[in-house]
Design a protein around this ligand. Structure first.
Ligand SMILES: C[C@H](NC(=O)O)C(=O)O
Ligand SMILES: [Zn+2]
Length: 585
């Protein structure tokens, strides 16, 4: 049944790639037709599997049983043709509106060509003008969320119809199927409960530093932080305001963006640097086709989906990244993230097609980030010439850990709430007239942030984020940000870079570069694809079968102690409160 990566899969991937990298009506038509053809092929394959239902469950070979289990879920191809065509068009239209959105410049309303990448990303990273930041955030939401709210209404209806045709109550349940656990949601709630205290300490510290920078009239002592001051369009990580919050200024800065620019780094060099790290671990070099067909710089003169992505063309040969790479440290980390996907594709390409995916979607998001945890260390940045010296003192350590926390800890509540909101929308717990205010309830409750201007139900702020417009599930990133530290710890032990009993080898200083023991262990887990249940893949690499928040807390322990002490010294209140109405329904 399972062919070497069906021709239909290659065809629909190619048509989707052509559209995503060059948004034209012609490419859209070809993609829509290929999607319907692929769905017809999937439905045919599913029909022949269904003939076995009631029999395959008793097959003695677990490998075969698992293949049938996965093939018995058809997905959205179960929709009647017209519904599927409508569903596909809605998703394509929403992600196109998002990817082609442009806004006018704050100080020059005649220039209305500003795009998210790189224009708005750069402004949000570098501007400290309160009014400009507020303008950029508000106008982006007018051009994206507001314009797709109606699409989203019909999308939710069709998505739930498809879920029901697959035997699920709603699409939120269908999205959780690959995690193969009926306690998964409560496991996630437990992880967040364990991590929230650290987040709240970091939030209190950053709020104080931003208050000192912008003044108490903009950043109150006890209230939520205005979202547009956090350096990122969605306030999903705060690394870009590192310069405003550095605990010990005057130390060597771990943000090596200036060094990368000064040394004439190009996107090509960033990709070669990333590949060199993977190869140093005895992992796989990028194939020739990768370098021929990938898009690693934003092409001029055409619209495309700039959000970075990694592509598997189902033929065991053709794998690509599409990324509008900017020469920044943030994008160097993203390059590793995307190349981690390619490594996974390469490692499981000879498995039956149904097993060519991550042990669960969180695993796929974690691979590249694990390597980036080593790359980001001052020791590694020094080794590759991006940091002039390594200062091995407690203050430099706190600076480094804070920069890592601004990316990894600040992300956790956002990574969790994105699908908390969507699960409630799919299940109907959040009704359509409350969509936007339910979003802000979660943004306030979990992240302790607020919108710069009051929101209403004319807005659709979730739609201002790629993964909602483009219909990409998001809990995979929350899972990744927890398990990538478990993987990091296991690999660091294999590399001899971390010893729980040796204080001179703390987890946050580990760099697995050139360790083939670590690389082989990681490669062995990647080779499993989704042929085994994810706790088995987790145990193969880390020795434990569960997601475990204690590892990320161990990594940040020195910082957590420092933050708690620093907040006490400044008598900062931990947490947030407000009587402001953030959103009117
Ligand atoms: C964290 C997630 N990463 C990704 O899409 O690759 C994001 O960018 O929102
Ligand atoms: Zn990813």
């Amino acid at each position: 049944m399972d062919v070497r990566g069906s021709q239909e899969c290659t065809e629909v991937s190619m048509a989707s790639w052509n559209y995503a990298s060059d948004i034209t009506e012609k490419h859209r038509k070809v993609k829509a037709a290929a999607q319907l053809k692929y769905a017809a092929w999937q439905k045919e394959a599913w029909e022949s599997v269904r003939k076995w239902s009631g029999k395959w469950e008793t097959l003695s070979d677990p490998f075969l049983r698992r293949q049938f289990k996965f093939m018995s879920i058809l997905g959205t191809a179960a929709l009647p043709k017209q519904d599927l065509e409508k569903y596909n068009n809605l998703v394509t239209e929403m992600s196109t509106l998002y990817s082609t959105a442009k806004i006018c410049e704050y100080k020059n309303p005649k220039n209305c060509k500003l795009e998210l990448e790189p224009d708005l990303t750069r402004i949000l990273r570098s501007s400290r003008d309160y009014g400009e930041l507020e303008h950029v955030r508000k106008m982006w939401r007018h051009q994206t969320g507001r314009r797709i709210r109606d699409h989203y209404k019909l999308f939710v209806k069709l998505a739930n119809k498809a879920a029901k045709l697959n035997g699920f109550d709603n699409m939120g349940d269908m999205w959780l199927y690959p995690y193969e656990s009926d306690v998964f949601r409560s496991d996630l709630a437990e992880l967040w409960k364990q991590l929230m205290p650290l987040y709240q300490q970091l939030h209190a510290y950053v709020r104080r530093k931003l208050r000192e920078n912008y003044g108490e009239e903009h950043v109150s002592r006890r209230g939520p932080i205005p979202a547009h001051l956090l350096g990122n369009m969605w306030a999903q990580n705060w690394g870009e305001v590192y310069d405003l919050v550095i605990p010990y200024p005057g130390k060597v800065s771990v943000d090596v963006t200036p060094q990368m620019v000064a040394q004439g780094y190009t996107p090509e060099r960033m990709f070669e640097l990333s590949e060199a790290f993977f190869v140093s671990l005895n992992l796989t070099r990028m194939p020739e086709e990768f370098w021929q067909h990938s898009i690693i710089e934003k092409p001029q003169g055409r619209d495309l989906v700039c959000h970075a992505s990694a592509w598997d063309f189902c033929n065991g040969k053709d794998f690509r990244i599409k990324q509008c790479t900017d020469v920044t440290m943030n994008d160097l980390i993203t390059v590793h993230h995307e190349m981690g996907h390619i490594e996974y594709f390469l490692k499981y390409k000879d498995l039956p097609e149904v097993f060519r995916s991550g042990a669960n979607p969180g695993f796929h998001e974690a691979v590249g980030d694990v390597l980036a945890l080593s790359v980001a260390t001052p020791k590694h940045l020094h080794e590759i010439g991006l940091l002039e010296e390594v200062q091995d003192d407690p203050e430099a350590d706190i600076n480094f850990l804070l920069s890592m926390a601004l990316d990894k800890i600040t992300f956790l509540p956002f990574g969790y709430l994105m699908d908390l909101w969507r699960w409630d929308v799919f299940s109907g717990k959040t009704s359509e007239q409350d969509w936007n205010c339910a979003w802000w309830d979660l943004r306030y409750k979990l992240q302790g942030i607020k919108p710069p201007v009051q929101r209403s139900e004319y807005d659709f702020d979730p739609g201002a984020k790629y993964h909602i417009a483009g219909n990409v599930p998001y809990i995979r990133y929350f899972v990744s940000f927890v398990i990538q530290f478990q993987f990091h710890k296991a690999l660091c032990m294999k590399a001899g870079e971390y010893d729980p009993l040796d204080p001179s080898k703390p987890l946050h200083k580990c760099d697995i570069y050139k360790s083939t023991e670590a690389g082989n262990a990681l490669g062995d887990m990647l080779q499993m694809g989704s042929s085994k249940e994810w706790p088995e893949a987790m145990a193969a690499l880390t020795g434990t079968r569960r997601m475990d928040a204690s590892v990320i807390r161990e990594y940040f322990k020195p910082l957590e102690l420092w933050l708690t002490d620093n907040n006490e010294q400044h008598r900062e209140s931990i947490g947030w409160e407000t009587d402001e109405v953030l959103c009117t329904s």
